[in-house]
Each structure stands twice: as structure tokens, then as C-alpha cells.
Write a protein that binds this ligand. Structure first.
Ligand code: CP
Ligand code: NVA
Length: 333
């Protein structure tokens, strides 16, 4: 197991997928697949890999998957995970991020951070002196995309040459990271979004260069009809990310034509031939069973797609744990 985790990342942080080599990213996905099999066989119980290591989880925003995946990934391998929510520590309030980082770096072997500004996670990495992992900022969500790539690889047996369309808020943290992840993996990426929610041109240009080297392309389109033709992976995320709640009504108007429903799935041309899957990082508004969606019902994805056999969202959610484990082991082993 140790050989597969040896990806030249020992002692290193993972703040953005841009910061690692293509082969390292693909190595993490491969390691996650091996770790998944190892856990299913119960082998982690005999030979935990990070016994005695302590990992801090600093969360300024809510989380189900990232938090629980990290806690279980660390515990599975004999380590201890300490959850530090937004009201639990002085971080950035009574104590500067720099000082908290220097303290936590003395107490923990690694830190996973979820919050707002990318600069905060960068400061944590700079001053703590231990590996820091980005569990979501306003700009990036790298650990999500590792799980997405694992799920695509498991479903189609390959990554290179497939086409993924992200449909929705084409400049959010998940979409930004997917663009980088797809480019590095040689997956064609179509960002299907309203003009007002287009990605940063500099990011698109950067990803196009990487994609070209890997034989794929990055396309940005504002057409939800033509944009999904030939697509193998339809991917979406909430229309309003954490911290943007006041934009709710505006986003509903802008994004309604971009809902992933069966009509859109049919337009891919791959619904009938088994070459289509649906992914969503979750949580999702696919029905009226949440406080937020009670009045509105489904938003970014219709319930019939969310619940369809080609929807792999719960495999994707499980894979968060295996990929986060791969990343932590790569840094700590
Ligand atoms: N996809 C994801 O990051 O989920 P959580 O917000 O529940 O962690
Ligand atoms: N874009 C979403 C992702 C949640 C996992 C958000 O930032 O809220």
C-alpha cells in the first residue's frame, strides 16, 4: 500500500489541483481505488497506516461529506481527527490566522480547512509548518474533484477521451476545480453556464494549455441545448454556494434554463447507449424535501435524473472518503 501512496507529496499541502502534477493527481485517484478495496476487505484494521497521528479539521462552513469523510479516513488508519467548528476556536477572531496556524502546527500532524478565502488556507499552510488540505474555499474544492474522477474511472473504466459537462454556476469552486481536474486527466470539459456566470478567462486559458497536452479540450458555452451534445458525464452543483445566499432570487432566474432534466439527458445522445452518467457534489436540490427547496422544488437537477440508474451521486459521496484518505496518506506517510 505504501508504494502506491508514494507520490512525491510527503510533507506537502494540497490547496489546489493546479499545484500538483498530472501524474500525482491521477496517482491519488488510483490510490483511492486501492484504499477502497482494502477497506472493503477489512485490511486497514490489521495494518493502520497513520497510527498516533493527529489531524485538525477547521470548518468555517457547514459540511456533511467532507467532515465525515475526513474523520473516518483518519480513524480508519489509526489516527485521531479533531473537529474545530466556527465557534470552537479563536481562529481569525481573537487570534490571527498566522498565530493560530503556528499553534495548531505544533499540536497536529496535518490540518484540513474549509472556509471562505483561499488566502486563509494559504496562510495556514505557510505558517503551520504541517500539511494543510483544502476542504473547500470560495474558489476551489480540490478534494471533491478527486472523488469525481474516481467515480468516472470506476463507471467507465477510463478517463481520457470522455466528455464532461458542468451545467450551472460556471465559475464556482466545484466548476473551477473540475476544469483543472478534467484538463489534467485528459477529459474534455464543457462549461455550460449563463454569460453572467462564466469562468475567469485566465483559468480557461490555463486549463486549455494543460488539456491540449493531454489530448483534450475545454469549451465554455452559454447554450444548454447544443452544449451537452455528445457528453458522457452531466455534472451540476447548487446554484447558490455557501456565503452567497443573498443572490438566491437572481440565480433562480439566471439558471432555470440550465436545470439538468431528462430532456437534457436525451440531448446528450448517450442516454440510451449506456454512455451517460450523472454526478453532483451534493447536497442537491432535486425535490421539495429540504427547508430551502420546500416552496420551489427541484432546482439544478430534476428528481427523475437524480434518482435514475445512471446517477452515481452516492458512489461519488462515498468516494470522498477514499480520495481524502489517499491525499492524507500521501502527505503524512
Ligand atoms: N460535496 C461536499 O463537499 O459536501 P459537504 O458540503 O457535505 O462536505
Ligand atoms: N459550490 C458549493 C459546493 C458545496 C459542496 C458551495 O460552495 O456551497
Amino acid at each position: 500500500m505504501k508504494e502506491i501512496i508514494d507520490l512525491g507529496m510527503h510533507g506537502k499541502s494540497l490547496l489546489r489541483l493546479c499545484d500538483i502534477e498530472d501524474w500525482q493527481m491521477l496517482g491519488l485517484v488510483k490510490a483511492a481505488i486501492a484504499l477502497k478495496a482494502r477497506k472493503k476487505a477489512g485490511l486497514h484494521l490489521d495494518n493502520p497506516l497513520i497510527k498516533g497521528k493527529n489531524v485538525a479539521l477547521i470548518f468555517q462552513k457547514s459540511s456533511t461529506r467532507t467532515r465525515c469523510s475526513t474523520v473516518n479516513a483518519v480513524r480508519d488508519e489509526g489516527g485521531h481527527a479533531e473537529y474545530l467548528g466556527k465557534n470552537d476556536i479563536h481562529f481569525g477572531k481573537k487570534e490571527s490566522v498566522k498565530d493560530s496556524a503556528r499553534v495548531l502546527g505544533r499540536l497536529f500532524d496535518g490540518i484540513l480547512f474549509r472556509g471562505f478565502e483561499q488566502k486563509t488556507v494559504e496562510d495556514l499552510a505557510e505558517y503551520s509548518g504541517v500539511p494543510v488540505w483544502n476542504g473547500l474555499t470560495d474558489q476551489w474544492h480540490p478534494t471533491q474533484v478527486l472523488a469525481d474522477l474516481q467515480t468516472v474511472q470506476e463507471t467507465f473504466g477510463t478517463l481520457k477521451g470522455l466528455t464532461l459537462a458542468f451545467v450551472g454556476d460556471g465559475r464556482n469552486n466545484v466548476c473551477n476545480s473540475l476544469m483543472v481536474g478534467c484538463a489534467k486527466a485528459g477529459v474534455n470539459m464543457v462549461d455550460v453556464c449563463p454569460e453572467e456566470l462564466a469562468p475567469e478567462p485566465s483559468l480557461v486559458e490555463y486549463c486549455r494549455k494543460i488539456a491540449k497536452a493531454n489530448g483534450s479540450e475545454v469549451i465554455v458555452t452559454h447554450d444548454p441545448i447544443d452544449g451537452v451534445k455528445g457528453v458522457n458525464v452531466l455534472y451540476t452543483d447548487v446554484w447558490v454556494s455557501m456565503g452567497e445566499e443573498e443572490l438566491f432570487q437572481q440565480r433562480l432566474k439566471l439558471l432555470s434554463p440550465f436545470q439538468i432534466n431528462m430532456a437534457m439527458c436525451e440531448r446528450t445522445g448517450n442516454l440510451k447507449n449506456g454512455r451517460l452518467m450523472f454526478l453532483h457534489c451534493l447536497p442537491a436540490f432535486h425535490d421539495n424535501n429540504t427547508e430551502v427547496s420546500r416552496e420551489i422544488g427541484a432546482m439544478e437537477v430534476a428528481d427523475e435524473v437524480f434518482e435514475a440508474p445512471f446517477s452515481k451521486v452516492f458512489d461519488e459521496a462515498e468516494n470522498r472518503m477514499h480520495t481524502i484518505k489517499a491525499m492524507i496518506l500521501a502527505s503524512l506517510l
